[in-house]
Design a protein around this ligand. Structure first.
Ligand code: IFM
Length: 436
């Protein structure tokens, strides 16, 4: 541990999202989201799991704030459930929902923890999906209004506000592959959704800045470098294409005002004059979520990834070097604001034995990824903080409760949280940096 020497100004945090932990799906005036609809559709989520109860965080707020504090982190990243504060996504606001996030933010501040807010972590109000969802330009306009209201309400107390978490997942997993809500399988819809997500980000930044919101504003993207499986021209071309579809499709509009060449995607038919200028608003920070790399093999059958450091319970290769490579690549390709690693984490089939949870592979994953982060910083990348995903085990989307990413084990039958060995390790690491 002592070899991980981060600057004293570095921020340490943990991350969650609303639908994955809050529960109380039908309480406190919350409206339905697309994830309520999707998870209640038979066959969509493993074991028929839903976020109805999840970690019951809505009712256990104080206990969970104490858990966060017990780690010694200075930062907590969470998302606001749009349908909890505005049940339909347009029209009336819900005072009870707004009050919940006031309590969350104030509870963090009272414990000396900086609130990092995500406005959209995939739980679109069903009322907006019924009007076309992100395929409709109207949704981007509603999002900007939602951002303005939340910015005015919480912006004075937030350490940062991010518009979207991982728009690639919303667009591709939700609207092209149909694996996530709303479960659409249509590439044209995916392209419209991706564009409206980016547009809504730009409109939201304009709206918040116009309203005088002082909190730093940005977006969170999931990114991976793409490694060609061999030196063949076909594998190299595939890697370039996959990187363009996954990373550049979002980065180029945000930082270069254009969609990239080489992504092998049809022209998006909803781009209007001025949109690319709107999207490319200056940002105060960029959040990067990193889990693994893309392994690009054009062969049939594909050349398997080496997986020298094993795979997580998600089947994702443990490849820490990819974090360094990715950061150095985007630092070279774009003029970037300060970066936060807004998610990085490892799923393993944990179990409580005699009151403890041994998770050495998660600790190894964290240690090697933090070392890779230091390597990127040594190469000149401006990274200001790290958020482990996730504070506690939670609803892992189409995998339901089957996958455990948490530093705290959650027994869903009793809602008892148990610190895993990784929680103790992270706490010690942070304490060591504070002491130094
Ligand atoms: O649980 C998710 C999170 O909601 C978004 N980023 C990836 C995590 C692990 O799959």
């Amino acid at each position: 541990m002592s070899t991980l020497n981060f600057p004293s100004t570095f921020h340490w945090g943990v991350a969650t999202s609303a639908y994955q932990i809050e529960g109380a799906a039908n309480e406190g005036g919350r409206g339905p989201s697309i994830w309520d609809t999707y998870s209640h559709t038979p066959g969509k989520v493993l074991n028929g799991d839903t976020g109805d109860v999840a970690c019951d965080h809505y009712h256990r707020l104080e206990e969970d704030l104490n858990l966060i504090q017990s780690l010694g982190v200075d930062s907590y990243r969470f998302s606001i459930a749009w349908p909890r504060v505005q049940p339909l996504g347009y029209g009336a606001w819900n005072p009870e929902g707004l009050a919940f996030y006031d309590r969350l933010v104030d509870g963090l501040l009272a414990r000396g923890i900086a609130p990092h807010i995500t406005l959209y972590h995939w739980d679109l109000p069903q009322g907006l999906q019924d009007r076309g969802g992100w395929e409709s330009r109207e949704t981007a306009l509603h999002f900007a209004e939602y951002a303005r209201v939340m910015g005015e309400r919480l912006g004075d107390r937030a350490a940062s506000i991010c518009t979207h978490n991982e728009p690639w997942c919303t667009a591709v997993l939700g609207n092209e592959l149909g694996r996530f809500a709303p479960g659409i399988q249509d590439q044209k819809v995916m392209l419209r959704v991706a564009h409206h997500l980016l547009l809504s980000h730009g409109l939201a930044l304009q709206a918040m800045r116009g309203a005088g919101v002082k909190a730093p504003l940005g977006i969170v993207l999931n990114q991976s470098p793409a490694t060609p499986a061999t030196d063949s021209a076909a594998d190299k071309a595939l890697a370039a294409k996959e990187y363009a579809m996954f990373v550049r499709w979002y980065m180029d509009p945000l930082f270069k005002k254009a969609y990239p060449e080489g992504a092998d995607l049809p022209v998006c038919d909803v781009v209007q004059a001025g949109d690319m200028d709107t999207i490319a608003q200056p940002m105060d920070f960029l959040g990067i979520n990193y889990y693994t790399r893309i392994w690009s093999s054009a062969a049939t059958p594909p050349v398997p990834a080496p997986n020298a450091h094993g795979v997580s319970d998600m089947g994702w290769e443990n490849y820490a070097q990819g974090l360094r490579d990715l950061l150095v690549q985007i630092h070279t390709d774009y003029t970037l604001p300060p970066i936060f690693i807004t998610e990085n984490g490892f799923a393993s089939p944990d179990a409580v034995v005699d009151g403890t949870v041994a998770d050495p592979r998660r600790i190894d994953y964290m240690r090697t990824h933090l070392q890779a982060l230091l390597d990127a910083m040594a190469a000149g990348v401006n990274v200001q903080g790290f958020f482990y995903w996730s504070l506690m085990d939670n609803f892992e989307w189409d995998s339901g409760y089957d996958k455990r990413f948490g530093l705290f084990y959650v027994d869903y039958a009793t809602q008892v949280r148990t610190a895993k060995d990784s929680a103790h390790w992270y706490r010690a690491l942070i304490a060591q940096h504070r002491a130094a």
